[in-house]
Every structure is written in C-alpha cells, then in structure tokens.
Design a protein around this ligand. Structure first.
Ligand code: MN
Length: 424
C-alpha cells in the first residue's frame, strides 16, 4: 500500500527541528485550544500545530467527507466516524498543503497566522472520548517475568497464554493525558500474609510501559473483525502508562482479576499517531509456536518497530532512564488482539482504547515495569541523584517516550509525563 503522506522525500515549509518526533511524515491528530479559542482538532508538525477547524473554514479541506463540527469539536470521535479512507485522505491532503513544493497555504501569510500556532501557545486535551478500555497482556517476556515471580519459573506462562491474547476490561473514566498529575491510590493491602489486610495508601506503586490503539467504529454486535480487516478498524496509536498498585493487586486479584489496583489512572500521550504513519515501520513479529488457531492467523508484517523508553524524575532532579524496550517484542500483534476481541461477536465502537499490556523486552534493562526492573523490590535501581527506587515514590515524575526511525526519518509519539502526588 502506498500512502502519499509517508513519502520519505517530503519536506515541509513549516520548520521541523532536528530530531523532532513530528516531521511531515508523521502528522498525528490531537485536541487543543489556545488562550482565546475553544477546543478543536489539531495536527502536529515540528513545534507547531495546524488548526483543522480554521483550515476547514478557509476552504482548504473541500472535497473531503467532513463537516465543520468534525473539527470544531472537543474530541476526535466525530472525525474518526468518517472512517479509515476519509482520515487517510485528510492526512494526505494536509501533507500536500504542508509540502514545501506547494504554495497554496505556504504563500498566504494571513491564513498561516490563522491556522498555525506554536505548541508553546496551546493546551492539549483528551483527544478521544473513550467508550471502552481493554487491556491486553501480550508481551511474552512480561507475562513470563510476572509468572516467574508470583508462581513458578518452570510454569511461568499460564497454559492458555500461547493460545489466547489474554485481556481484561479496564475502566475508561480514569484515563488521563500527559501532564495531568495523579494521587497515590489508597485501598486494601496485606503486606503480612499472616495478618489481616490494612486500609492504607498503596506502597508498591508502579508504571506499566504500554502502547494503546484507538478504534474506528466497528461492526454490529454479533459480527467479528478478521485479522485481514483489523487495520481498517484501527485509527492510530499512543503511548500508554497503565498505572498499577502492585500491593492492592496482589490481594484483590483472585478470582476475577485486576480491579482497584488498575482503575485509579492510566496516562496516555496527547497526539494520536495514525496507523498509516506507522506503515513504513512494520516488521515481522516473534515466531508463534504453537501455531495459532485459524481466526488468529494473519498474513504479512503486523508488528511495529517502535523504540520505547521510561525515565523517572525525582522532584527538582534530573531524570534517569530506567527502561528501553520496543513493541516489536510483543507476541500478540494488534490485528490478532482486535480479531480476538471480536471473535465472540463483541462490538467495538469508535474511540475504544486497547492497551497492549506491559511491553517488556528480553533483557533486564528492557523490562516495562518497576515490578520487573527491581524484581519485586529485591534489586533496587539507583537514580542519578543517588536515591534508590524499588517502586515509584511520591513527587516522582514518570516519563514515557516512543519513536520509530529509519532512513533518516523519525516518527514519534512525544511523551507521557505524569507526576505522582501523595495520597489524598
Ligand atoms: Mn496494563
């Protein structure tokens, strides 16, 4: 598939700083406002944001199947409801408008003034009205590490794990965007297995390095999305920190799985990078053995080479890089996750969010949670300021970053920055 906006030779007349996550080949969507404007759909390039509401009103988006309210909107859902082809055409059109070889917008300084803002002048908002949130558990390395720690190294993976993209239904109401602080959650913990549980602030607060994908409107209840169709139902991806309270989790998870240990907050990056923009970064995934059941079979490359990083920044200190991973390690890919989610006829809707599960790589410096990095607290990490971390402390800021890179083009996701405040 050839997507015009992905052409590596493209250069924009909008300045893109060296090493930016947002060259003309990316063009992710988000929701923003300026000090004087309402929320609206924006598109990021370099350190600038293109205002699609203004662009539409000025007539630059004619001939595409959108109406003003698709862009004059506090969420992307209305625009996304127009489907894959429409948003692909939109991204291609905007790529053309931003192309240095095209004078249409470039030559009109009044229009540029109206349509383009610096990222310093804007505030980002939740990009998607998320109806349902599902979290998978698709990293074999992560599942193996957790199984090794809490059960038995010889039977680290549950018997279903190599057959099923295991997942659970999370909670959408507590998904927040980068920049919003969280409070340490309180709840039931049982630090001493011989004693009664306690009601206290969580002691073992953890991040989970994940990515998430956002869906277009799916099929009717009762119908399934095949692995072949799945990409047509995925709008794009973001970084996702699925905060976890390990001590609450350990006590509560039997027999129905995670509940309050997970639903107090999950942080997502503000810009949704389209699946189209990620197309050049597809790679083969891990070999799947045993052979998957027929509805999980797929053709072609369905994994992505996306470098992922986590840093911890204590208050008023430098940040320390604690993890470098990659979503290419993930065992179950996105199309398998969506095919599995709908195989029983479950209907996904426009704006549903599907988390990957913690993305751990094969080496100890690529583990995607403190639980694994500190091996349940037995191997504390030392930060640059000399302090140690087994889990996340109050006033720590956790930063996730992610980017793809090849042939000199870098397509990135920006960052998810979340500060942990003391329990209320
Ligand atoms: Mn998770």
């Amino acid at each position: 598939m050839k997507i015009d906006a992905n052409n590596l030779a493209l250069k924009s007349w909008v300045n893109v700083p060296q090493g930016s996550d947002f060259p003309i080949q990316n063009l992710p969507f988000g929701i923003f406002k300026t000090a004087s404007s309402t929320l609206r759909v924006g598109l990021r390039i370099g350190d600038s944001v293109l205002d699609l509401k203004e662009l539409y009103e000025l007539g630059y988006l004619h001939g595409l199947p959108f109406v003003l309210s698709d862009f004059d909107n506090e969420f992307l859902n209305s625009m996304m409801k127009k489907g894959k082809q429409a948003t692909r055409d939109l991204r291609n059109r905007i790529s053309h408008l931003l192309d240095v070889k095209n004078n249409e917008l470039q030559a009109n300084s009044n229009h540029i003034q109206q349509c383009i803002s610096s990222v310093k002048e804007i505030t980002m908002s939740m990009p998607v009205q998320i109806g349902d949130y599902t979290d998978f558990y698709s990293s074999r390395e992560h599942a193996t590490n957790i199984g090794t720690m809490i059960r038995d190294p010889k039977n680290a993976l549950m018997p279903n794990w190599l057959w099923i993209p295991v997942g659970y239904h999370g909670r959408a109401s507590s998904i927040i965007i980068s920049g919003q602080d969280i409070h340490r959650p309180k709840g039931q913990i049982r630090p001493n297995p011989e004693a009664d549980p306690l009601y206290e602030p969580c002691r073992l607060l953890d991040f989970e390095l994940e990515m998430a994908f956002i869906t277009y409107e799916g099929k009717a209840l009762g119908d399934s999305i095949t692995t072949t169709e799945a990409e047509d139902y995925i709008f794009g991806m973001c970084l996702f920190n699925d905060w976890s309270a390990r001590d609450i989790q350990t006590w509560e998870y039997v027999p129905l799985g995670p509940f309050l240990s997970k639903n107090f907050a999950s942080s997502m990056s503000a810009w949704i990078v389209t699946l189209d923009a990620l197309e050049p970064f597809k790679v083969e995934g891990p070999v799947q053995d045993p052979k998957v059941l027929s509805y999980l079979e797929f053709e072609g490359k369905k994994s992505y080479d996306i470098n992922l990083e986590v840093s911890i920044q204590p208050e008023n200190q430098e940040e320390t890089l604690v993890c470098q991973s990659n979503i290419k390690y993930m065992y179950w890919n996105l199309v398998q996750q969506l095919a599995h989610h709908t195989v029983n006829g479950c209907n996904v809707r426009c704006g549903d969010l599907m988390g990957s599960g913690t993305i751990s790589g094969p080496t100890p410096d690529s583990y995607g949670s403190m639980m694994e990095l500190s091996w349940r607290g037995t191997k504390p990490l030392t930060l640059k300021d000399g302090s140690e971390r087994k889990f996340i402390q109050d006033k720590d800021t956790v930063i996730l970053r992610g980017y793809c890179s090849n042939d000199g083009v870098r397509v990135g996701f920006g960052e998810v920055v979340t500060k942990v405040l003391p329990a209320k």
